[in-house]
Design a binder for this molecule. Structure first.
Ligand SMILES: C[S@@+](CC[C@H](N)C(=O)[O-])C[C@H]1O[C@@H](n2cnc3c(N)ncnc32)[C@H](O)[C@@H]1O
Length: 279
């Protein structure tokens, strides 16, 4: 079986067991969001700064691997037109449940993010991608597909696992038991560690893959913050195991090297960017 299918089945099982990232928001939280009181997360603890999302009214938002009824209902309440892509049937069921209960429309798409995304070029204004690419091996593909389906100047908000957690597989996290990179498809001992914990098939990714990959796909980094696991030994020692990034897509106005191409790839002017700092 493809490892991504194994992960989808594993996550469905975790949801039955009450997995935190599969618990949809409640009615009161949705009502608060309609009133303008809301936050979303990309990583375990810290909320995304509201300025990262800007004015969402009428914006087309893709929740990439964001099923579960956590981010999408909030962004819908804030005025966005949302599409969610996820590979877990249960996460998508929760997404539909919240939408039906609260009476809004959402496009729900079951797809594997390791394949071509089932959307036309330049469809979305904003992509919200909570921590999830630890469940796939090649993140370069994801950044390329994000760049394809975003409109020029579109924003990518991503939660990223920086791999530190894969060093600590013992119960109290106080000893290094693993090594990086963590690729269970290359190393049967690592696969055995995951299987022992019913942890699906997970991968570490370096800063080169996570942030370098975004930059090489045509994104420009606008802001960043780090976050912890929220509990446990590493958290108590302030180890930031996660990063969140805000990046803007700069698409060429004409093909690179073609007539009219300039090295300034921007179709949106730096000066218009709320994060732009003049040097
Ligand atoms: C930590 S959860 C993130 C969603 C959650 N709503 C949140 O608040 O963080 C990770 C998500 O990635 C999804 N996922 C894992 N592998 C995937 C794949 N290959 N394609 C699409 N989604 C995937 C899972 O089904 C799960 O919903």
């Amino acid at each position: 079986m493809e490892y991504t299918k194994t992960n989808a089945e594993t996550i469905d099982r975790w949801i039955d067991e009450g997995w935190e990232w599969g618990v949809p928001i409640d009615h009161e939280t949705y009502l608060q969001a309609l009133d303008g009181n809301w936050q979303i997360k990309l990583t375990p603890i810290k909320p995304v700064p509201r300025r990262w999302c800007g004015d969402l009214r009428g914006k087309r938002v893709l929740g990439l691997a964001a099923g579960g009824g956590q981010q999408m209902p909030i962004l819908t309440a804030a005025g966005a037109i949302c599409t969610v892509l996820d590979y877990s049937e249960k996460q998508l069921e929760s997404e539909q449940l919240v939408a039906s209960q609260e009476g809004y429309e959402i496009d729900i798409v079951r797809a594997d993010m390791t394949k071509l995304f089932p959307f036309a070029d330049s469809t979305f204004d904003l992509i919200v991608h909570p921590v999830s690419n630890c469940y796939i091996r090649d993140v370069t593909h994801v950044w390329a597909e994000c760049a394809r389906v975003l409109k020029p100047g579109g924003l990518l908000l991503a939660g990223l696992d920086n791999g530190f957690n894969y060093l600590f597989f013992d119960e109290d996290e106080s000893h290094v038991t693993g090594s990086l990179p963590f690729d269970p498809l290359e190393d049967p001992a690592k696969m055995a560690m995951l299987q022992k914990e019913d942890a699906g098939v997970q991968f570490s990714h370096s800063i080169e893959e996570q942030i370098g990959g975004q930059l090489r796909a045509g994104f420009r980094l606008l802001d960043v913050y780090d976050d912890t696991n929220g509990s446990g030994f590493l958290c108590e020692h302030g180890v930031p195991c996660f990063w969140a990034t805000l990046a803007r897509l700069y698409k060429p106005t004409s093909p690179i090297g073609g007539p009219g191409h300039s090295d300034r790839l921007s179709t949106c002017r730096d000066e218009q960017d709320p994060f732009f700092v003049k040097e």
